[in-house]
Ligand binder design. Structure first.
Ligand code: C5P
Length: 234
């Protein structure tokens, strides 16, 4: 169960990041880094995470032209990234090219290929937000369409909100990995719109849960994590 949990390190302060990681890892052994933690501390952050032997999810949600996306992969291999994210909206051509480059590089170097996860729609989006962007249809319609295109392009997994787990499982089966942010455990939604509890997400078929502010902003993070892990047992 602990292997399903991903700790979101959304903090600029390396000292604070180290404190949080030292408190919570183990039992958590996958951490997610993104612009907030990475851009200010990239070298020191990687050095620290490698001393802790943690798996790293690099959540930069690549969204660019095919050439730029597929030429970003050296970084992923060089830094032992286990999971990285792209936007499904980058489209099938970019995703397929990127997947192909990853396979070729991995074969050539015998290095393990980082897993590519496509973000369908951000968990902070609600129906009003997508209407204002002139997307047609409901959130579910758009998530299903983006999921289908991503799976066809060869992604390893999808990033979706808890509200779409069952829908994706029903339409695309159990092979595709599902990684779910917007997890809330006895706390407020912050800026997220489509949230579920850890237990709900696992029961519906999530493979990975991103634990962000619901854990990192708790007064007692360790006991909060114990509560979360206990909620997932039996
Ligand atoms: O603190 P909170 O639980 O809201 O953090 C969620 C984390 O997951 C953030 O780091 C955010 O960037 C990320 N994320 C998300 N929605 C997505 C993809 C990633 O909230 N669709």
């Amino acid at each position: 169960m602990e292997n399903s949990l991903i700790l979101a390190l959304d903090n600029e302060d390396l000292t604070e990041i180290k404190k949080i990681v030292n408190e919570l890892c183990p039992p958590i052994n996958i951490v997610k880094i993104g612009p907030i933690s990475f851009l200010n501390n990239h070298k020191e952050l990687f050095d620290f995470l490698s001393t802790k032997k943690l798996s790293v999810m690099f959540d930069f949600k690549f969204f660019d032209i095919p050439n730029t996306m597929s030429n970003s992969i050296n970084f992923l291999f060089n830094n032992n990234i286990n999971i990285f994210t792209v936007h499904a909206l980058a489209g099938e051509t970019a995703l397929r090219k990127l997947k192909n480059e990853l396979d070729v590089f991995s074969k050539k170097t015998s290095e393990i290929r980082p897993k590519m996860f496509a973000v369908t729609l951000l968990t902070s989006f609600n129906q009003n937000e997508i209407n204002s962007l002139n997307f047609k249809g409901t959130i579910s319609d758009n998530v299903l369409n983006l999921a289908e295109k991503s799976i066809k392009s060869g992604v390893d997994g999808l990033v979706c909100s808890g509200e779409e787990i069952s829908l994706i499982r029903k339409n695309f089966g159990n092979d595709i990995k599902l990684l779910v942010p917007g997890i809330r455990f006895n706390s407020n939604a912050n800026d997220q719109s489509r949230i579920v509890s850890p237990r709900q997400a696992i029961d519906m078929g999530a493979d990975y849960l991103v634990l962000g502010r619901t854990l990192t902003e708790a007064n007692d993070r360790k006991s909060k994590l114990d509560d979360i892990i206990n909620s997932l047992k039996n």
